[in-house]
Design a protein around this ligand. Structure first.
Ligand SMILES: Cc1cc2nc3c(=O)[nH]c(=O)nc-3n(C[C@H](O)[C@H](O)[C@H](O)COP(=O)(O)OP(=O)(O)OC[C@H]3O[C@@H](n4cnc5c(N)ncnc54)[C@H](O)[C@@H]3O)c2cc1C
Length: 497
């Protein structure tokens, strides 16, 4: 069967045909985000290392299905464009994908273009790495008012998600962001971002640049329900907050009055200690910015203010004529163990837009049970279950990444999850007998015929490289490294050019 060789570094888009003996294991992976890409790589390595001993042989063909026309999931469509590490991570994922045993099928959606039965007939095991797409709903009165936005939709807009909004209303002068984690930080930062600075340093498309240029936000309030020591910010995120041109940081001194038990507890955990130390550095910066006459981090007059509020739980979004006009916030106190108490003291903040970043919801996969309580595909250590908590494992089906663990953890965690799940998979395949060759249809071209019959034209790795090359050439025209293509039809056209 014709398959492809890895791209040669000097001639990155030429792949050579060669012939396989048609006896490899067949694995389908759903979702080309970091979990899907890293798992594919780890599976091949683990098989090469242990496959002989397990009686599985050492070769597998992995077909990686992705519903979007391009790979990389939330690395491309979640991580903020101004994150310094993002380019490095995307490059690493791309190198991993450049492997002749991994076949990329972008623009193919599981559940729409291929079903579980289609896959089980052709693959010995199916690994779901379908990640997360939507916001967890905000459950306070007023959450349905016009002007209330979930973080996920806004992130899609600024990251140029192919099916995302192309215009975003940035007409509010006072804005609230609700959430105590990195996504809330990202959203808040982009809402006070200088458009030109962002354009020069990132791959944002023109519509996002123009939207941010027209942003009228002057006061940004970030509300965190618990205290300084219970937030979930990474130090890297906090450092990015410290360097926003034209932005003055404003804090509430009371938030930084920590009792001894809280300080002791925070000191025991390295990440918490580092975060708290960084927040205290921000407190000092905020004091200096005020003392120097309301300036930004470089001492220039600030045009926007970023107010950080801890122990502040939004309890209601206030509206008039169906639109947001404010947010009511209850003061809380938090014990060293993170238990939050409400104080009954309320403050109303005038705002015309509210963004909530209180968690993502992992995607459903048709035919696979969903665990609503954990917010994951129903699984036990990555093995798919017939029902959540039933212990009844459905053989040959697995989950990894956010589909398995829920919407927590950084990109690096998807790598560590992958090894454990791949190890289970290989052991299970070995136990199934026949060298793990379970699927009845072992013709690797069978999936291509099926997709063609269904009118799908998948985008492969070479197609992605053509999109990438175009993005680089468009970026170069403006002295930038990349400029994102956002129209899915243009991506399809470029991939096939
Ligand atoms: C807003 C935001 C910012 C973040 N910033 C950072 C950061 O700066 N640094 C960091 O380390 N981590 C960050 N993270 C976390 C990081 O994105 C996740 O840890 C990681 O992306 C999870 O990987 P995954 O592969 O499980 O899921 P995803 O990245 O969501 O990938 C899942 C893939 O599956 C595809 N898919 C879904 N359903 C189907 C289907 N039916 N058929 C085919 N394909 C399907 C999706 O299109 C997607 O490409 C951020 C997360 C968010 C939400």
């Amino acid at each position: 069967m014709p398959v492809t060789e890895p791209c040669r570094p000097r001639n990155p888009c030429v792949r050579l045909e060669h012939v396989t003996d048609n006896t490899e294991l067949r694995i389908a992976v759903i979702g080309a985000g970091p979990a899907g890409v890293y798992s594919s790589d780890i599976l091949l390595r683990q098989l090469a290392r242990t496959g002989e001993g397990l009686g599985l042989g050492t070769r597998a063909r992995i077909d990686l299905f992705e519903k979007l026309p391009v790979p990389f999931g939330l690395v491309r469509y979640g991580v903020a464009p101004d994150h310094p590490s993002i380019k490095f991570i995307a490059d690493a994922l791309e190198k991993t994908l450049d492997n002749p045993d991994i076949h990329l099928y972008c623009d193919v959606e599981f559940g729409r273009d291929v079903t579980l039965d289609d896959l089980l007939a052709r693959y010995d095991a199916v690994l779901f790495a379908t990640g997360a797409v939507a916001d967890r709903p905000l459950a306070i009165p007023g959450a349905d008012l016009e002007g209330v936005h979930g973080a996920a939709r806004f992130v899609e807009w600024y990251d140029g998600y192919p099916m995302g909004a192309r215009r975003w209303p940035l007409d509010a002068e006072q804005v609230a962001v609700i959430g105590g984690g990195n996504v809330a930080m990202d959203v808040a930062r982009e809402l006070v971002r200088d458009a030109d600075d962002l354009r020069v340093r990132t791959d944002i498309p023109d519509n996002v640049y123009e939207g941010i240029l027209a942003n009228r936000a002057r006061d940004l309030h970030l509300f965190v329900r618990r205290g300084v020591a219970q937030a979930k910010f990474s130090v890297q995120e906090l450092r990015e907050l410290e360097k926003l041109p034209g932005v003055q940081i404003v804090i509430d001194e009371d938030d930084f009055e920590l009792d001894d038990a809280t300080i002791e507890k925070a000191g025991k955990d390295k990440l918490t200690r580092q975060m708290v130390e960084e927040l205290f550095a921000i407190r000092e910066m905020a004091e200096d910015m005020e003392d120097d006459g309301d300036v930004d981090f470089e001492g220039n007059p600030a045009t926007k203010r970023y107010h950080l509020h801890f122990n502040s739980a939004p309890v209601e979004i206030l509206g008039e004529d169906g639109r947001v006009v404010g947010v009511r916030v209850e003061r809380t106190s938090t014990t060293a163990d993170g238990v939050m108490h409400r104080t009954g003291e309320f403050t109303d903040f005038p705002v015309q837009a509210v963004y909530h970043a209180i968690g993502y919801q992992p995607a459903h996969a048709p035919g696979v049970a969903y665990d609503d309580r954990r917010g994951t595909l129903a699984n036990e250590e990555g093995r798919i279950l017939s029902q959540p908590g039933s212990g009844d494992v459905i053989t040959r089906l697995y989950a990894t990444g956010w589909a398995k663990r829920g919407p927590v953890g950084l990109i690096g965690s998807t790598k560590s999850d992958a090894l454990a799940i791949v190890t289970h998979m290989l052991e299970d395949l070995a136990a199934a007998g026949n060298g793990g060759r379970i699927a009845s249809d072992r013709d690797p071209a069978s999936i291509d015929r099926l997709l063609a019959e269904r009118g799908r034209s998948p985008i492969d790795f070479a197609g992605w490289k053509r999109i990438d090359a175009f993005e680089r050439s468009e970026g170069a025209k403006e002295g930038r490294v990349h400029k994102k293509v956002i129209d899915p039809d243009q991506m399809r056209h470029l991939a096939r050019a």
